[in-house]
Design a protein. Sequence first.
Length: 231
Amino acid sequence: MSNQDDSWLVIPVYNEGSVIRDVVDQALAVFPNIVCVDDGSRDDTAEQILLTGAHLVRHPVNLGQGAAIQTGVEYARARPGAEYFVTFDADGQHRTDDAARMVQRLRAEPVDLVIGSRFLADESKKRVPLAKRLLLPVIAALSPEGRRLKLTDAHNGLRAFGRVVAEQLDILQNGMGHASEFIKLAVDHRWRVVEEPVVILYTDYSKAKGQSLLNGVNIVIDNALRPARGR
């Protein structure tokens, strides 16, 4: 495992007090630099994060996952020596060994953004619930940018990127629509994008917290109908 002192894990968090300490403690074994953005949680999320030693930034009110990611990336990119950044879910779905492998690709290959895909490895496919297995590729296909980049899993929250992306990242959609916006930014800025096979750890807890698939379709359609923003 390569040294990750120049990498930052960015974890958006909202009402994850029951699991966030375990998630962060496990991640700290691989990534010494973690910033958690408590997005206006109403439970003991902030207190649990403080027990881990991770960096904590707090939104006074809930702004949405997109806003939390933007805040976390801005915080991390201002830290001395920060070169690589990973967005990582707070509910325990993601594996740090997948994240570390994605950062290694950034170090070794001429790419700007590595997106996790749950559909590129047999081990991963077997874990995906049937409804997601059927509909997530359809959601990816509905996105013109996703088709252009030939993505198989455009809404995966596990992403790794370097400073070029971190400096240019400008998420305007505060809520879950940020996932499609991220892909639009990749096309707009001509970031070099690849996918990496990853395993999503579906638990009863993470499945209960996740957004509905219908909502995912609505997000893609909403993004497609939005006028292009000026750059």
